[in-house]
Ligand binder design. Structure first.
Ligand SMILES: [Zn+2]
Ligand SMILES: [Zn+2]
Length: 270
């Protein structure tokens, strides 16, 4: 039990350290100024989303378990002896990345998925915290219905942890509000400038740079927009949206609420 507490304290300290470190970088080399209100709204959106998704996590786990017991898991057993472990890890990372790229493109192409993914894009300023800003139901549905990689591949626990660590850098750090001049290496690994294009308000950047880890997928499948050295566009939805408590819970159907309040305004003459 005490080792569990020690682990929890270690993880909490690591988490706070990462948040604090990102704040130092974002204050020192910012891409754009972030008004305090935007920063606060981002935190708020993340807390609501993570809170609701955690409450519903047991239901997602039950559904995922039912699907897995029906299909079976680990159809493909990856070799792990000696150097094969590293080759298998590389394969897992590439497979995960292609899967993430494909799912992300679907999130922009299918209206039902976009109605939830647009919550992530509603951040008017992109910062480290924006990386965790996802609609709560999207988290639950993804956990419940998309254990595709677990079904396909048998990945030992140490390899799964290593893959998660490897992904943390480009995936989480892509939202850092930090200017990192990568020059021609900007197309090598996902980074704040590459992903900022994905969040851009500009029409020429729309539906570009979906990659989570390797921008190579964008280049191969024709969705790459290579930013010029100083190209750091404004970000958010067009027109811009503001997130409040109610919106962050009912995000996909918020327009009904707007329409209702407009009708009310019309009938009451406001
Ligand atoms: Zn997106
Ligand atoms: Zn993003």
């Amino acid at each position: 039990m005490s080792s569990e507490i020690a682990n929890a304290v270690f993880l909490a300290a690591l988490f706070l350290g990462v948040i604090y470190g990102s704040r130092i970088l974002e204050t020192r080399w910012p891409i754009a100024d972030v008004p305090y209100s935007e920063f606060r709204d981002d935190w708020f959106a993340v807390i609501v989303s993570v809170g609701l998704a955690s409450l519903l996590a047991p239901i997602a786990a039950i559904i995922a378990g039912k699907i897995a017991s029906y299909t079976g898991v680990g159809w493909i057993v990856l070799p792990t002896e000696g150097y094969w472990w590293y080759a298998s890890l590389a394969f897992v990372v590439v497979a995960m990345d292609l899967y993430k790229y494909t799912f992300h493109r679907l999130q922009h192409a299918i209206p039902f998925l976009w109605s939830m993914h647009s919550f992530h894009h509603s951040a008017n300023s992109v910062t480290f915290i924006t990386g965790a800003r996802h609609y709560w139901l999207e988290r639950v549905l993804a956990d419940a219905f998309l254990p595709i990689l677990a079904i396909l591949l048998r990945v030992p626990p140490d390899m799964a942890i290593a893959a998660a660590f490897i992904f943390f850098i480009p995936d989480a750090c892509a939202h850092l509000n930090v200017r990192i001049p990568l020059g021609r290496f900007v197309t090598w690994i996902n980074n704040p400038q590459w992903h900022r294009i994905h969040h851009s308000v500009r029409i020429e950047h729309r539906d570009k740079n979906f990659a989570a880890f390797f921008p190579l997928w964008d280049i191969l499948f024709g969705t790459a927009y290579v930013p010029k050295p100083d190209e750091y566009p404004a970000t958010g939805l067009v027109p811009a949206e503001q997130v409040d408590v109610v919106n962050s819970v009912i995000w996909p159907i918020r327009h009904l609420r707007h329409r209702a309040s407009k009708n009310e305004a019309a009938t009451t003459g406001r």
